[in-house]
Write a protein that binds this ligand. Sequence first.
Ligand code: GDP
Ligand code: IMO
Ligand code: MG
Length: 430
Amino acid sequence: MPAIVLIGAQWGDEGKGKATDLLGGSVDYVVKFNGGNNAGHTVVIGDQTYALHLLPSGILSPGCTPVIANGVVVDLGVLVEEIDALEERGVDTGKLLLSANAHVIPPYNRVLDRVTERFLGSRKIGTTGRGIGPTYADKMNRVGIRVQDLYDESILRQKIEASLATKNQLLVKIYNRRAVEVEETMAELLRHAERLRPMVADTALVLNDALDRGETVLFEAGQATLLDVDHGTYPFVTSSNATAGGACTGAGVAPTRVDRVVGIFKAYTTRVGEGPFPTELEDEHGQFLRDAGHEYGTTTGRPRRCGWADAVIGRFARRINGITDLVVTKLDVLTGLDTIPVCVAYDVQGERFDEMPVNQSDFHHARPVYEELPGWQEDITGCRTFEELPANAQAYVRRLEELTGARVSVVGVGPGRDQSIVLHDLLGRD
Ligand code: GDP
Ligand code: IMO
Ligand code: MG
């Protein structure tokens, strides 16, 4: 089972980092294929907690080669800081590969991201302010800067000059900010160029060669299905393809090579930033989930919006991504509730929707139709087999499986590396 894509099935922060880490010891490559340092993937190993933003979580597994592929947008300063911070903690980052085709986030795009949001006021997206959107826009506009451009100063200068010619108009005349100088941008982008040079590679070639040799490659998505620029709750999305197909374009690996798609699904739902969220709870239940699940952003520290599980979203994610295996995370957080509502359909002004409405306004007006499932009171954080879970916890997982139509292969019962119940091997070895 050589190529596995791992994606978020909701609005992010489902526990992709922990799930990737669970597989890290058994795979040869872990590839980040979309997004940038808007992601925050937390991995807990013993008493150590690692928050990864730009680096794939596989960097924590010795023996695994971490790859930043072409579909990623890279803040070079953040990359170097993250490498240094890990090295200081004794993590070997020496195998890291960086695609020559990945786009870099120039400093002016961080500024533009923030001022655009401010300008939008109440219509803002609630971005992470890392320059992600403007950098993907540059890529599509064909005015982006790629990692390979760092090694040809004349090309780099031409690209920055061309880009700033229009961006400075925008910054000065519309947003009332100071103009950005070509030289300061050159200096910032070139600061780490020599240091990064040894890791720059044709990562699509490396990964295809590895698959030809029968090695195992795990593609770790940033963000999630409903934040995908095509399939998510547009415009309240990120600017990349966070769904399974994004792994093909974002890493240069053909769809015919992908064997499995693992969907990470939190036992309830969270969202950071603006946009519709039918099962959101703005009452004490929402606060219960936020407290019990420590739902505060890894990247921005923002409190996450919390709500019950939504099976309509689960079904949608299974369909869009072709999920073969579901990892249900944070089941332990639901301990202590008498009953647990699960959204099975939406009511939109009297009309029932069993599937995601294609019309955005319908989704904005969707009211959840709930099924109430009985809760459990027992601490489940020490359970390591499915049978050890209380009957109601087992029934909750089985109901999610039925409602989403995807087989549950792993259940998370705590943040620790060992706090997982494996029902089916994600690499298909059983
Ligand atoms: P990601 O962005 O999808 O990697 O998710 P985040 O790391 O942003 O957020 C998930 C949080 O939940 C992290 O703090 C994890 O350590 C934690 N976590 C992951 N799985 C579990 C679980 O099964 N139970 C509990 N209690 N915490 C978990
Ligand atoms: P991980 O990988 C949750 C959200 C932002 C905002 C929208 C657009 O940790 O699951 P952007 O800065 O990407 O232009 O912001 O997307 N967002 C995330 N929400 N988890 C993430 O990543 C996210 N990355 C971006 O909050 O609503
Ligand atoms: Mg996260």
